[in-house]
Design a binder for this molecule. Structure first.
Ligand code: MN
Length: 283
């Protein structure tokens, strides 16, 4: 299923995307908060699927405002330097250990909503990433069991304020400006994705292909990442994991090319869909 959070003017609801339409799951008595739907999915999945089978989409996607699927995640974790070509363009050595930072929840943004060019910087960059959505409260998950805690996948843009990112050794502030974690356009449940390490992933700026890779090129794969993180912390339903970006970021272009007001940034992942946002100067 493709599960979305949407609004038609009466508050956030959850829905299932079917073709170019959306079936209102909240109208059928399912939770309006995606995080609640995910947490209770083992009990609610059958009702959600029956609702989709029995209901014609009430809305066209073009008639609703799609929000980020989980507006209120407890955690957004992100791995750095996790595709060989991005490691090379960054002038770094291939890391022995996974490099983790977080994007704070203030940064989440809808799939088609504008991304802010902050007053504080003019070095704003895109990073196309596969995002994992955790489905179950879990700790100490082995690599072999990691697929069992995945609810689904989405596309993400790890928008990065490059000068702020490198003010200090810690990246969290430069990675957590408001609107700098677009995720969506919906969550595709794991059963529709199959192997998460066989997905084409692309970033386009004003129609020009900047990143064009495949999740088969991840250094630490999705299940390595869950196994590592869950040794340290309890992962929760709705937690998001940004799994790294391939080569082709603006910072590595010669000369570097950062995003400007009016630029349109599109992130595409096979089997999931696309984010598309216009860059807008902070007022
Ligand atoms: Mn990243």
């Amino acid at each position: 299923m493709k599960l979305a959070t949407f609004d038609t003017g009466v508050g956030l609801r959850t829905g299932a995307v079917v073709g170019d339409g959306i079936v209102d799951l909240t109208a059928a008595g399912l939770p309006s908060r995606m995080i609640d739907l995910i947490a209770d999915w083992s009990r609610l999945e059958a009702k959600a699927r029956a609702t989709v089978d029995a209901t014609k989409p009430q809305f066209k996607l073009s008639q609703v405002h799609l929000h980020t699927p989980v507006p209120d995640p407890q955690k957004i974790l992100a791995i750095g330097l996790n595709y060989a070509d991005h490691i090379a363009e960054s002038g770094q050595a291939r890391p022995d250990k996974q490099i983790w930072f977080s994007k704070l929840p203030n940064a989440v943004n809808g799939p088609y909503d504008p991304i802010e060019l902050p007053k504080a910087s003019s070095a704003i960059d895109y990073e196309a990433e596969l995002v994992v959505v955790i489905g179950k409260r879990c700790r100490h998950v082995s690599k072999a069991d990691a697929a069992s805690v995945v609810f689904g996948y989405a596309a993400g843009n790890d928008v990065s304020v490059r000068d702020w990112q490198f003010h200090t050794a810690q990246w969290v502030v430069g990675k957590s400006f408001d609107t700098h974690a677009p995720i969506g356009p919906w969550i595709v449940t794991w059963d529709e994705i199959g192997d998460p390490h066989a997905l084409g992933i692309r970033a386009l700026v004003n129609g020009e292909m900047r990143q064009n890779s495949n999740t088969s090129n991840l250094v630490f794969n999705v299940f390595d990442q869950i196994a590592y993180l869950s040794q340290a912390m309890t992962l929760m339903p709705g937690d998001m994991i940004f799994t790294g970006t391939p080569g082709g970021v603006g910072m590595a272009m010669k000369p570097p090319s950062f995003l400007k007001a009016g630029d349109v940034v599109r992130i595409e992942i096979d089997k999931i869909g696309a984010l598309e946002a216009t860059m807008r100067q902070e007022k």
